[in-house]
Ligand binder design. Structure first.
Ligand SMILES: [Zn+2]
Length: 342
């Protein structure tokens, strides 16, 4: 697939030598701030991801990959299961409910690759924690394969927030009208005993704290009917991930300004299943109708790292139970992110 794209690109470049430039056309070059081309073909396609996950399943006895449903367009939805000891706590990492929020899935695939290796650390984790990963709940939106027009997006409609029916999956956690959310609830959340869940997203590019762009933002469940213990565990999960990210030079996190609705997973899953949840938003999306939301690929490296580091921190702290002593007072000091002044 990637080879084919490269070939197509090469042909397009050749042709452009002979053809006059299409001045003003959308296809002229998706830019972020006018100086960076967006090259989403570097991201893992659905086909590459499916191949990769089957390979990981074959490689490791500690990893099992389950298909728990299909998207609107018939793509498989994958659940990766690691550990599988019912006596141990379980954490679920969920990525890409929104198709144009891709780097968190790249991070998840990196973590799955690590979990497939038979290292002392991985064996230690397998003895003490179960890790479930759903990389990309919205494969149709991620592939831009949807039943509505997104060609006016700044990168030409490579991917979109919505599923193929044009529905925002992260507003569908009460009704579950869409096959993706229905399968998540029926075949995962109602089947497995999940203690912690991180819902990974990407936000726009302009949010800042202390007048510096943030690398991301976090928030625990804020619906008033969520069990107090669940909220405290959610704050502990956030504490562990915050510390790991802030230890890095690139790490600069703010508090996400979020509402109380149970239609979103941060609130809904905590309320309905008593799962400790954390929303983790990374900076910038792969495509959008608004250029302010889109980040070119120059930042991919550190943002993927941010995902990997935070996931591994959560796994470690749940495995050795240090999460139960995590300091949650930082939440009171953590500033809400705002717009950068210019
Ligand atoms: Zn999102």
């Amino acid at each position: 697939m990637r080879k084919l794209m490269m070939l197509t690109l090469a042909m397009a470049m050749l042709l452009s030598v002979f053809l006059p430039a299409q001045t003003g056309a959308v296809g002229e070059g998706p830019n972020y701030n006018g100086n960076e081309t967006i090259k989403n073909e570097r991201l893992t396609s659905y086909e590459d991801m499916a191949d990769f996950l089957h390979k990981m399943d074959d490689r490791s006895d500690l990893l099992e990959v389950e298909v728990f449903g299909q998207s609107v367009q018939g793509r498989d939805l994958f659940l990766t299961k690691f550990g599988n000891n019912p006596d141990n706590p379980t954490v679920l990492f969920l990525t890409q409910q929104h198709g144009n929020e891709a780097l968190v899935t790249e991070a998840a695939l990196d973590v799955i690759r690590k979990l497939s290796r038979n290292t002392p650390q991985v064996r230690e984790w397998a003895d003490h924690v179960n890790v479930m990963i759903i990389p990309r709940l919205n494969p149709d939106g991620a592939m831009g394969d949807v039943n509505f027009d997104i060609s006016d997006y700044v990168a030409g409609g490579q991917s979109t927030r919505f599923n193929a029916n044009g529905v925002d999956l992260n507003r569908d956690h009460v009704d579950r009208n869409e096959p993706e959310t229905y399968a998540l609830h029926t075949n995962v959340l109602q089947v497995y005993d999940i203690d912690y869940l991180v819902d990974f997203h990407h936000q726009g590019t302009q949010s800042a704290v202390d007048d510096r762009y943030v690398s991301g933002s976090i928030l625990y469940p804020t619906n008033p009917d969520v069990n107090e213990t669940v909220v405290e565990m959610s704050k502990q999960l956030g504490s562990v991930m915050y510390d790991a990210v802030e230890d890095r030079g690139f790490g600069h996190l703010g508090k996400y300004r979020g509402g109380e609705a149970t239609t979103i997973s941060r609130n809904g899953l905590a309320y309905e299943y008593d799962i400790a949840t954390l929303l983790f938003e990374m900076r910038g999306m792969t495509d959008h109708s608004n250029p302010d939301m889109v980040l070119g690929q120059k930042s991919n490296g550190y943002l993927i790292q941010q995902g990997v580091i935070s996931m591994e921190a959560a796994i470690s702290a749940i495995a050795d139970r240090s999460i139960e002593e995590a300091d949650i007072t930082f939440w009171d000091e953590l500033p809400f992110q705002g717009r950068k002044s210019e």
